[in-house]
Design a protein around this ligand. Structure first.
Ligand SMILES: [Zn+2]
Length: 227
């Protein structure tokens, strides 16, 4: 087989693998395609992913986590680090399947003085030391902002980022030149309403995701004050 043909086979395998992973995400109800969707930014798109639903099917998450672990199996990993509930569920599945049997730790995201910040609880800080090998895990990477902060935090502690594993990554995102493995690498084209080809075709606009954000609320329960 020529090098060019081998490259074609590799590209085809990647494409097939991505299709399978997209189907899995579709089955969780997280991934919506072939639609005409209003985004919170006011832009229009044909695809949308609901982050909260991505890790709701344990067997899917375990299977996808194992694929990420297999990719990084050749490198020793001491710690798997993530932030946010979805990424934490995935990071558990990756750590469970990685041959180094790494420890799972997580940071928290927040705002301080209007600036985004990630914080590692004090109890975890003694686990990340000089030359500790850290694998970062994220569910969806849309801006890379959180991951870039995590990379800085890990390196500030003298540890080393082995790589970054994620379910979904927008291809335009840069992550400080670190090795990234994502099950799906995809950018949704988004359009200003006046330039949107779906509007021009007269496809009805689905405002569900934006409306839901403003009008519908999650269920909650409050403690009753004693009389
Ligand atoms: Zn449109």
């Amino acid at each position: 087989m020529t090098a060019a043909a081998r490259k074609d086979v590799h590209a085809l395998e990647t494409e097939v693998r991505e299709k399978i992973h997209l189907e899995i995400l579709k089955r969780t109800g997280a991934y919506h395609a072939s639609d005409h969707i209003l985004l919170p930014s006011g832009q229009h798109t044909s695809e949308y992913i609901e982050k909260t639903l991505v890790t709701t099917e344990p067997s899917f998450t375990e299977g996808l986590g194992a694929v990420i672990a297999k990719h990084f199996a050749q490198w020793p990993v001491d710690i798997v680090l993530s932030t946010g509930p979805g990424a934490l569920i995935l990071s558990h599945c990756v750590a469970r399947a990685h041959p180094s049997r790494p420890v799972v730790v997580y940071g928290t995201k927040g705002l301080a003085g209007g600036k985004r910040r990630v914080t590692l609880p004090i109890e975890f800080q003694r686990l990340i030391r000089q030359r500790t090998k850290v694998l970062l895990i994220e569910d969806l990477v849309s801006t890379g902002f959180t991951l870039n902060l995590l990379i800085k935090l890990v390196e500030h502690l003298g540890a080393q980022v082995v790589g970054i594993g994620c379910l979904w990554r927008r291809t335009s995102v840069e992550l400080d030149g670190k090795p990234v493995f994502s099950l799906v690498s995809r950018d949704f084209p988004t359009y200003a309403p006046q330039d949107c080809p779906l509007c021009k075709k007269g496809v009805p606009l689905n405002e569900e995701f934006v409306r839901r954000r403003h009008v519908r609320r999650g269920s909650s329960m409050e403690e009753r004050k004693p009389a």
